[in-house]
Design a protein around this ligand. Sequence first.
Ligand code: GDG
Length: 736
Amino acid sequence: MSKLIMVSNRLPFHIERDGSTHRTTGGLASALEGAALENEQIWVGWPGGVEEDFEDLEQVRAGMLTSGMAPVFLTKQDLDGFYEGYANSTLWPLLHYMVERTKFSNDWWESYRRVNQKFAEVIMEVADEGDQVWIHDYHLFLVPSMLRGLDQGLRVGFFLHTPFCSSEIFRVLPDRAKILEGVLGADVIGFHAYSYLRHFRSSLLRVLGRETEMEGLWHDGREVRMGVYPIGHNHAGFDQAMKSPDFLEILESHRKDLAGKRMILNVERLDYTKGLPEKLAAMRRFLEQNPDKRDDVLFVLIAVPSRQGVQEYDTLTEEVQREVGAINGEFGKVGHTPVQFFHRGFPIANLAAFYATAEVCLVTPLRDGMNLVAKEFLDCQRPEFSTRPGVLILSEFAGAANELPQAIQVNPHDVDEVATALNRALEMPDDERHKRIEAMQSRLRLQDSGAWARRFLKDLDNVSQREDRIVVMKMKPLAAEVAGHVRAGRKLGLFLDYDGTLRDFVEVPDLAVPDPELPGLLRELAEHPKISVALVSGRAPEFMERYLSGLGVTLVAEHGYRWMDRGQGEWELFNPHVNTEWKAAIREHLEQASLLTPGTHVEEKQSALVWHYRKADPEFGLWRARGLLEELTSMAANLPVTVHHGQKIVEISSLQVSKGEAVDHLMRLWGTEVALVAGDDQTDETMITLSPEGVKFFSVKVGKGPTRAAYRTDITGMRVFLDELRANLRNSPAVQ
Ligand code: GDG
């Protein structure tokens, strides 16, 4: 049975005094426990500490492996550059929309790459073919594609625990493209909320120019799925804690200490994203505005220390401590301190007792991927422990806000709104409290952390089994079959589109020149006595002649309007009587569209006009293209033209010209007995739908979209086909 390899920056374990280690149940570890998976599990991550301090790394590693953990040791330099630097001072603030806190450094980026590589290597040491690898969080954005470089047989998932910020923020990052390409190595990419998925998709579009569907995209011969998987809290863990004798004791002592006062609770890691100063400002405002409640209300602030020693966090801690002191100085009196600040963590039973006795939970992060505290509070509010149900005040900028619409939702930056919400919560009648909390609780207890892990891993399982994943591999048997025909002495015609079939699209079409291997590959195939090759493109003749002539390959330009036999001599017309009188009227219309749409232009070919919008804003360009298509289709009703929406182009070409006509002509000329046509867009369907009599015919669609082709692949798969065909024929030459 395959293994599950969990990968996170920190390993979930403790080191004992005697050097032995044991697992802890942190958030992720307990999610897996709750998921009750049958597979063997291994955890890859940083064990804590500094590599230089371990005396015998091999011994530590071997010891840890026996408890299912594979350590990634980090040096002092790694911790500075990767962890404190790129992960926590570049990515963390940026993903939380805090551009002014975001710092950039090339050294940090290099360190981030190096450490991601270390993780990938440790994963490969423990992985076997077919294993599931589940990578967590922003520390490890590059690991998925690094694994692809090392192995094809793994099923790789990536989950982001933070928000994914708007593309307008994300594109500030100097290494934005590499980060996105890094994550695209995964088979499933998960987010807490739909808005994060939306931002990720728009970053793929605006940074990489990649159009995607809501549920995913095709990348490097694989389907990459994207989805929304809101994490749940550790319901079982809290349930168990609340059944322990400790819990009842602590609960009792809380009640005594409270002596009838109403607790407003706040629990968080002390981090600037959680909005503690803003929250203190709202508490102050509440106390100012509600003198009658001052002596009844107790604010309990639990702020677990985080990233201590980092300047920004130390400054934040001091700021919070100062303001707590100021509020208590101003509003406290003998026997009553309005704000109790705990700068430490508590065991889970204590935490549950706080959640159970609080009347209001104030969860107001400025940004938060999900926020589990909100869910834990709701879960621990149980009738057996408190007479009145509690009220949740929740920031609209926490991922949890999507799932908890019955909370009082607030803008954490609006001090007045939060202060008013505090008063509203305290005043809320019991029946309203019941209705709100019950609606939220029933959902949360089912959607706990175990359910979350199961859902993600199930999708990871499914994707990997899809046919599409092996699309590149299917090209090898196809090449062997076609080679078999050639070896048997049959004449093969290869009719290949260029852009999107042999070469990826780029920003400037003129730069889409053949990669260094392509000309040699085409030449060698064309030199075979039984093979004729034609490149059948929509491009103008000049480009094709410049980069693709002289290879012995026939060039067909302008969708079959002109051709150059075997890539030498003069360009000829397939049909010298093509009518192009319609061009004047259409040209004027397209030029008007270009004026109104920055970044677009009109290209004129002999038999066609093309409106290009690759350099326009992607969404604006697409919207305009759709409008143009509608207008042109009705204008063209009485003209001898066809209108076609291609890759970032709208093309109007003569009806008397098509790639299919051209290929038909060449097949007759060459006496083709076996033909393979391949293309990626709608104009290629005219070749794909040919059914020449007496010819063994293979058709290949490259990329997504509707097609009548028998095979589907992508650019990588197409190249695999051509390479394999060449290799097959090199090994056993043709029957002459
Ligand atoms: C990241 C994302 C996302 C807190 N104090 C104590 C204690 N805790 C536990 C809570 C809760 C966890 O810490 C905090 O989780 P959050 O979700 O609130 O926030 P982050 O730590 O920032 O986590 C976040 C999360 O990942 C999961 O994807 O929700 O948005 O930023 O579980 O209970 N636990 C104990 N004692 C404490 O004093 N035992």
